[in-house]
Design a protein around this ligand. Structure first.
Ligand code: GLN
Length: 447
């Protein structure tokens, strides 16, 4: 813990943490140390973890990196925090992220962007950018993020780490600040597959407080990692042909395809008819759900209340106008619009149908193939402040990650070396529902 605290101080300029639980982590380390001596410590004894600042931890602040939750303290712990603590993990602090997990560069945080450790002028990725950089810079051993449309996988890829989004329904969301509930999943960001497996098995499994969870038993993922046999892998042909994908990203993908073939796996290009509908469907559905989930931040129940508020109407209007950032407001408006009478059928209902088709097509591919291989992101970490006048350009960069989110299937981002400028690149593997074990096994031997 002392070593990590040193690194945190040394790397404060990276802005990875919104708060560090220094004293608590030191005290806990002592307690756990005595349990280790007694031989009664849990599976994660001594594992020092950062948690994304949208995960509730009793009697600790939680802000979702938003002004609207400034000063708010959680009155209960999320299920995952309880499970991590029960296995003797040490939570060292809460990590910076995009406001309410909306974004892909961590630049939408009220607390400012997170800097990539590989190049401080570049973004961390997002929305779990603080979690990724905390691990990348050695400020903790592993971190927990949330992934709605790529927010664990994409920052992991920008930081050269492993990022796992489990199957929808694998890990409890009780005590996670909701963004888009039909997508949100918790996932680990780690240096190794073994750690991802261990954290998954500790956090996963039924929870009486989250009715969306599968009742399936949780395998001992970490103990069961073993060499996979020969596999069939599909890759989207557009990932090698689209002008929107960076040349070095394409080269890396090609290199890995060659390597897999040389090792005796079958790797085939496939066409995905609904590729162009993935990002629009995701953003219509995610913003619709967000507009509803964020209605609770009204200046009355939680956090910030405008000092100018004089009656109920102005409390709502002023607190929300002053408390939410630009991107969050944009999404609340977009989501409210697609759900409004007269537009519901044209947008929300259409996007639901498109989602169904995307899911069915994805499942169909995964009947024939064991994995779908893609780049995690079309380009590596880009410059902080690269002002995009059109947010749609930023949204389109989620093209490879939203497929698994729309389909509810598990996906992992794996480090795939650095580009010529020393920036990490990542590749993504997608597989069938609840087949995380296969995903982890293959990942371990694929790297
Ligand atoms: N970039 C996507 C979005 O902004 C994904 C975010 C996430 O997974 N939380 O919605």
């Amino acid at each position: 813990v002392k070593g990590y605290l040193e690194k945190i101080k040394h790397n404060a300029h990276l802005n990875a943490f919104n708060e560090v639980f220094e004293q608590e982590a030191l005290t806990r380390a002592n307690d756990i140390d005595s349990r280790i001596q007694l031989g009664s410590a849990g599976k994660l004894a001594g594992m020092v973890i950062g948690i994304k600042d949208n995960i509730c931890y009793k009697d600790h602040k939680v802000s979702a990196s938003s002004k609207i939750l400034e000063g708010f303290t959680s009155i209960y712990s999320s299920t995952i925090v309880e499970r991590l603590l029960a296995e003797d993990a040490i939570i060292i602090g809460r990590c910076n992220c995009d406001e309410f997990a909306m974004g892909a560069s961590n630049e939408n945080s009220y607390y400012g962007p997170v800097k990539n450790y590989a190049d401080n002028t570049k973004v961390s990725g997002g929305s779990s950018g603080g979690s990724a950089v905390a691990v990348q810079a050695g400020m903790c051993h592993a971190a927990i993020g949330t992934d709605t449309g790529g927010s664990v996988r994409q920052p992991a890829s920008f930081c050269g780490l492993v990022g796992l989004k489990p199957t929808y329904g694998r890990i409890s969301r009780y005590g996670i600040i909701a963004y888009a509930s039909s997508f949100d999943q918790v996932g680990p960001i780690t240096r190794s597959i073994e750690d991802a497996a261990l954290l998954l098995e500790v956090m996963a499994g039924p929870d009486e407080y989250d009715s969306t969870l599968a009742q399936k038993p949780v395998p001992a993922f970490s103990a069961n990692i073993k060499a996979p046999g020969k596999k069939k892998i599909a890759y989207l042909q557009e990932s090698l042909s689209s002008p929107g994908v960076d040349a070095e990203v394409k080269n890396t993908l090609s290199k890995y395809i060659d390597k897999l073939r040389a090792e005796g796996h079958t790797v085939n290009p496939i066409a995905f008819d609904y590729l162009d509908y993935m990002v629009p469907s995701y953003y219509i559905l995610a913003t619709a759900e967000a507009s509803s989930n964020l209605a609770r931040f009204d200046g009355v129940h939680y956090g910030y209340r405008s000092p100018e508020a004089s009656d109920l109407q102005s409390t709502y209007k002023k607190s929300r106008s002053e408390g939410f950032g630009k991107e969050v407001k944009r999404r609340i408006m977009l989501g409210t619009f697609v759900l409004s009478a007269g537009y519901y059928d044209a947008y929300y209902a259409k996007a639901q149908k498109a989602r169904r088709l995307i899911r069915e097509k994805t499942e169909e591919i995964l009947l024939e193939y064991d994995f779908i291989l893609t780049p995690t992101a079309p380009e590596p970490a880009y410059a902080i402040g690269k002002e995009e006048s059109d947010p749609v350009v930023t949204y389109l960069a989620d093209i490879f990650t939203v497929q698994a989110s729309l389909s509810g299937v598990p996906a992992i981002s794996l480090p795939a070396g650095n580009n010529s400028k020393g920036l990490p690149l990542g590749l993504q593997l997608i597989t069938r529902q609840f087949e995380e074990q296969e995903l982890l096994n293959f990942s371990e031997y694929f790297l």
